[in-house]
Design a protein around this ligand. Sequence first.
Ligand code: AMP
Length: 289
Amino acid sequence: MPVQVIHHPSEARQWVKAQRAAGCRVGFVPTMGALHAGHASLIRRAAEECDRAVVSVFVNPTQFGPGEDFERYPRDLPRDTVTASEAGADMIFAPSPAEMYPSGFCSRVEVDRLTEGLCGACRPGHFAGVTTVVMKLFHIIPADVSYFGQKDFQQAMVIRRMVRDLDVDMEIRVCPTVRESDGLAMSSRNAYLSPDERRRALALSRALKAARQLFAEGERDRMVLLKAMRAVVNETAPGAPIDYIEVVSPEELTPADPVTPESVALLAVRIGSTRLIDNMPLGCDTSVG
Ligand code: AMP
């Protein structure tokens, strides 16, 4: 079945409903486009586990703050269509901002507490933008299951909580972070990096690797882990502003005390004008290069 590109919400909803009425299980991967191997891994998984895979491509203006990169965010729907199709997508939903936010739009979905720290503290309003658009997308694409990346760990946990709290009829699956061979987590924003910044960007995965190594050696003091991660960032990317470095419990995203194998180390660092994030469960044996 060749991939279909649908721009109108009502048409997309009809397409999904028709698939489900025909007995097909539908998997959904929401994205902002500029698709890379990380996105492709989610689409492949949706295509493997479901009968139909749907990808949305929408650079959502309401999750960007003033002065952030909304205008320069990479957009290339023809290229995304090829990538999504090769990964097994059957339908791409690519609405315009005017279709998603028609004149008079004034509603919002907010998740408290889990959105207060980490990226939520550095990007006021960001998660309300995310949860509102994802709730809209879940209504437009009433799939059986949606796929999110561990790469945006806080986002995945916030969406999982939203679905649970508001009884949204959608299963949420969180899939592993796909990395470049040297450990850098794939991100659409990596395209902004100069060659020198690309080298400095390794600060994030190296810091996580150091924390995981210390944990494997028996270290359970959160402050020791934070200090070690900070030292690695300062060594690999001297002077790079650190938005946060933290080790949290995965449920409430509060500082992990004590640190356990389920605790997740996370950080956000500014490399030049690019803000990068990454994370790693401390007990996980996934390679970070
Ligand atoms: P984005 O287009 O950046 O909003 O991401 C869309 C989805 O892809 C989100 O669920 C992300 O967590 C996921 N994603 C982004 N980068 C990666 C990666 N390197 N590995 C796995 N999933 C990713």
